[in-house]
Design a protein around this ligand. Structure first.
Ligand code: BG6
Ligand code: MG
Length: 215
């Protein structure tokens, strides 16, 4: 089926917030005496805030109130860092790609697991480029569940099979495939090689190739 909409993941596709997330988790973990490292952080890409904390806790169970306190602490540090974000923080090629999508009269959306997505989008000043934005508040079940992408297709008024998703995370590719969408991985094959198509970075994405391959 031919593609009518391109759905962009935000963190890692349009902008690189991974370092901010990492530093915020690390600071919280250090203060709370939890074991965490840059290596472990790799497992958190694209994963919801709660699931990220569960991965850091590595099976250790905590009361809900304590979970909430640790998530809030990390989020406070992350939001502090977002204050430094400007329009300069777009990943190379991201803006050009979004504009190309729009010039082709394809619909555009952001579908991000982050509850901070709107803050990031407004710091980047790109809100007007999208027909709709879905974020960590939009659905109950986070990626790898297909829900966020299905919700986005519904808002765009297109069928799931008419959407191509650009994702840098394993969980995001899983979610796009589960939604029956054309999944485009951005990053190394070890992470996103199970997508329908893979590019090394946002700057390498070729819209023509996506539209041709998905047809
Ligand atoms: C994803 C990031 O976009 O959003 C994850 O890749 C992050 O690292 C997740 O954990 C949730 O973000 P937030 O801002 O709601 O804590
Ligand atoms: Mg991502």
């Amino acid at each position: 089926m031919s593609i009518k909409a391109i759905i962009f993941d935000l963190d890692g596709v349009i902008t690189d917030t991974a370092e901010f997330h990492y530093q915020s988790w690390q600071r919280m973990a250090d203060e709370e005496g939890l074991d965490f490292s840059r290596e472990k952080n790799e497992q958190l890409r694209g994963v919801s805030r709660r699931r990220s904390l569960e991965i850091i806790l590595d099976g250790q169970e905590l009361p809900e109130e304590e979970m909430q306190r640790l998530m809030d602490k990390k989020n406070g540090y992350y939001q502090e860092k977002l204050k430094q974000m400007t329009t300069e923080d777009m990943l190379p090629g991201a803006e050009e790609l979004i504009l190309e999508v729009k010039n082709r009269n394809l619909k555009t959306a952001v579908a991000s697991a982050s509850r901070n997505a709107r803050t990031v989008i407004s710091a980047l000043e790109i809100g007007d480029l999208f027909d709709t934005i879905s974020d960590g508040h939009s659905v109950e079940n986070p990626k790898p569940a297909p829900d966020l992408f299905l919700h986005t297709a519904e808002k765009l008024n297109v069928e799931p099979e008419e959407c191509a998703v650009l994702e840098d995370a394993e969980a995001g590719i899983d979610a796009a495939l589960a939604a029956d969408m054309f999944a485009v991985g951005i990053g190394p094959a070890e992470r996103v090689g199970h997508g329908d198509l893979v590019f090394a970075s946002t700057a390498d994405v070729k819209l023509d190739v996506i539209l041709e391959e998905a047809d």
